[in-house]
Design a protein. Structure first.
Length: 227
């Protein structure tokens, strides 16, 4: 009888621990879905931003290559002001990082979900690493500084801090360039063209990561019977 009582107590404790771990697993999964949903929205916005940036880069290249900048320096200045900006992807990976660092991935007993999460994490890291490469590649702004006069920007900026940073008003007239030398304009063009190539890679990786995120969300919902 004593053995039976001990055994029943052990089984009850085991069942309780099993239920607790199952509940924790479901909590983590729901939190992961919330993070993935935020990532999807952020990637959508970033893709739209990068697509608009592509138009800006194309405009600059057209003006420089055709010589149309001579009568449109205001347009060149306006687009050149925004071209260097690049919003960075900031993954909502708090839950996944917590699971990895604390050994919590063992709580996710579904190997399909675990494998997909790890693959997603690798793809996310690739994107952030490439964005860091992009940032480092364009630290040197000398091709811009040789051609563009920052005083033109300053005279058309309205500073709005602390609530906002600034607004660049539409530049008018034909503000002069610092240099109209062919070699300086060619170097400027080459830098913008390189930006365009790298921007295209980032757009592609954002798009692929967005697709991967959508597939992962569907997999989690199906495997854990969530809506």
């Amino acid at each position: 009888m004593l053995f039976l009582a001990v055994f029943c107590g052990f089984m009850a404790e085991y069942q309780l621990e099993h239920k607790i771990e199952k509940d924790r697993e479901k909590q983590y999964v729901k939190a992961l879905l919330s993070d993935l949903k935020s990532d999807t929205a952020q990637l959508r916005d970033l893709i739209n931003f990068r697509m608009e940036k592509m138009k800006t880069l194309d405009t600059i290249m057209y003006l420089l290559k055709t010589g149309a900048w001579k009568n449109n320096t205001a347009l060149l200045y306006y687009h050149a002001f925004y071209a260097p900006f690049a919003n960075k992807f900031l993954p909502n990976n708090g839950v996944l990082t917590q699971l990895k660092n604390a050994g919590g991935l063992r709580l996710l007993r579904n190997s399909k979900v675990t494998d997909s999460l790890l693959y997603f994490d690798i793809q996310t890291q690739w994107v952030t690493d490439f964005e860091n490469f992009e940032r480092d590649r364009f630290i040197d702004v000398s091709p811009w500084e040789k051609v563009l006069d920052a005083a033109v920007f300053e005279s058309n900026i309205e500073y709005k801090y602390p609530r906002e940073v600034f607004i660049l008003n539409r530049i008018t007239g034909t503000p002069p360039l610092l240099s109209e030398k062919k070699e300086d304009l060619d170097q400027f063009y080459n830098r913008v063209q390189m930006q365009k190539r790298i921007n295209a890679v980032v757009i592609n990786r954002f798009f692929l990561l967005k697709m991967q995120t959508a597939k992962l969300m569907i997999l989690i919902k199906n495997e854990y019977h969530l809506k």
